[in-house]
Design a protein around this ligand. Structure first.
Ligand code: MG
Length: 373
C-alpha cells in the first residue's frame, strides 16, 4: 500500500461515524464506505438516471452510474498520485450523485421550484439525506452510517440558509473553511468527467459536430496531436484519441498544480488543508481551456433545442407528479404515505427524487394518461 501523505485523511485523523461501530476486519473504514455505497439501492438507481440525455434516448450514452464510475476512476488516479486516501476518494466519487432527481438539472430545478415554500430542494443535500437517512439497510440505524469524511465530500455545496441545520458538517459553509483534499479533487474529477463525456455523447448524438469543436482550444490541440501520430485516423477513433488526451492533460495538470499549491502553502496536516484556501486547482492556463470547453457545451449542447425540448418535458413531468401527490397523498405508495404524515412535501420530494427517468415517465403515465393503470 502507498504511504499516505501526512495531510491525507486516514483512519487516525478521521472524525468517525455517527453511530460507533467495531472496526472492519479486512478493510479500511473508507473501503467499507465505498462498499456500502455500491450495495445501496440509490446506487443501483443511477443506472437509469441521466444528466443530459434521457435514459431511453440511446443505449450508449452515459448514465449517472457510468458517470460515477468514470469520476471514481479519475479521482483515484488523482488521489494516488498525490499520496492521498484513494479509498476515500472512490467512496466520495461513487456517492456524489446519489441524490439527483430524474432528468438531471431540469428535474432538480423543477423539484426545487415545487419545494419553494417547503424548504427547497438541493441535490447535494439530497445525496447526504440518502446516505444519512433514506437507505434502509441496517437494524441499528437509518442510512449507511458513513464516515464524516465521506459525508463531507458528498456535501459539495450547501446554501448558507441550510448550513446551520447540518451541525458540524455545515460549519465550513459558514466559516469558509475547506473540506479534505480528497473531497476537493473529487469535485474537479466530476468536472473532468462530465465535460469530456458530454463531448463524446454530444458527438455521438449528432447534436454537436467536429467542425463546431474546432473553436475549442483544448479539443483542437489534442485532435491535431492524434492526427499527427495517426495520419489516417478519423471517425470514432479520432474522437476517442482526442477525448482520452484531454482527460489525461486535465488530470496531469491538476495533479501538478495541486502539488505545487500544497508545497507553497506549507501544508503539513489535515487541519492545515481545512484552514487553507482551496488547494486542488488547475493551472491558470488549463483553467481557461477548461472554462472555454464548458462554455462551448453550454451554448451548443445544453441549450440545443432538442435538449431543451426534453428538459422542458422533464420539468413538466416532475411538477405534475409533485402536484398530484400534494393534492392527494393517498396516491403515494404506503411507505411514503407513512412518511408524509410527518412532512408531506418532504416525503413527496424524497419519492420523486428517488425515481429513475423511466420510472418517472411511467408514473406520470399511470397518473395522467386516460386508459392507463
Ligand atoms: Mg457528477
Amino acid at each position: 500500500m502507498v504511504e499516505l501523505a501526512p495531510h491525507a485523511v486516514s483512519a487516525a485523523n478521521s472524525r468517525g461515524r455517527r453511530h460507533p461501530e467495531p472496526q472492519p476486519a479486512a478493510r479500511s473504514e473508507f473501503q467499507r464506505d465505498r462498499d456500502r455505497v455500491v450495495h445501496s439501492t440509490a446506487f443501483r438507481r443511477l443506472e437509469y438516471k441521466t444528466q443530459v440525455f434521457v435514459n431511453h434516448e440511446g443505449d450508449l450514452f452515459r448514465t449517472r452510474l457510468t458517470h460515477s464510475i468514470e469520476v471514481a476512476q479519475i479521482a483515484r488516479t488523482l488521489a494516488r498520485a498525490l499520496s492521498l486516501n484513494e479509498d476515500l476518494a472512490e467512496a466520495i466519487a461513487l456517492s456524489h450523485d446519489l441524490g439527483h432527481t430524474p432528468f438531471g438539472h431540469a428535474g432538480q430545478d423543477a423539484l426545487n421550484a415545487c419545494m419553494r415554500d417547503h424548504g427547497g430542494f438541493e441535490h447535494n443535500l439530497q445525496s447526504l439525506r440518502t446516505v444519512d437517512q433514506l437507505e434502509e439497510r441496517y437494524g441499528a440505524f437509518d442510512g449507511l452510517n458513513l464516515t464524516y469524511e465521506t459525508r463531507e465530500g458528498i456535501l459539495k455545496h450547501c446554501s448558507p440558509k441550510k448550513a446551520p441545520e447540518l451541525g458540524e458538517l455545515g460549519r465550513r459553509f459558514i466559516e469558509g473553511t475547506q473540506p479534505s483534499l480528497e473531497a476537493q479533487l473529487c469535485n474537479l474529477a466530476d468536472e473532468i468527467g462530465y465535460n469530456n463525456h458530454d463531448v463524446d455523447d454530444g458527438l455521438r448524438s449528432g447534436l454537436i459536430n467536429l467542425e463546431q469543436l474546432e473553436e475549442v482550444g483544448i479539443w483542437t490541440c489534442h485532435a491535431a496531436e492524434a492526427r499527427s501520430e495517426f495520419p489516417q485516423i478519423g471517425g470514432r477513433r479520432l474522437i476517442h484519441e482526442t477525448v482520452r488526451r484531454m482527460i489525461n492533460s486535465l488530470a496531469v495538470d491538476l495533479i501538478e498544480e495541486t502539488g505545487r499549491n500544497i508545497a507553497a502553502a506549507g501544508i503539513r496536516t489535515l487541519d492545515d488543508v481545512r484552514e487553507a484556501a482551496p488547494l486542488a486547482a488547475f493551472s491558470q492556463a488549463m483553467h481557461a481551456e477548461h472554462k472555454a470547453l464548458k462554455h462551448f457545451l453550454r451554448i451548443n449542447l445544453y441549450q440545443h433545442y432538442q435538449v431543451l425540448r426534453m428538459t422542458n418535458k422533464a420539468r413538466r413531468i416532475i411538477s405534475d407528479l409533485f402536484g398530484a401527490f400534494m393534492e392527494d397523498p393517498r396516491l403515494l405508495p404506503p411507505q411514503y404515505q407513512q412518511m408524509a404524515r410527518n412532512d408531506k412535501p418532504r416525503a413527496i420530494a424524497d419519492y420523486v427524487a428517488g425515481m429513475t427517468d423511466r420510472y418517472a415517465i411511467r408514473e406520470h403515465r399511470r397518473l395522467f394518461a386516460v386508459g392507463e393503470i
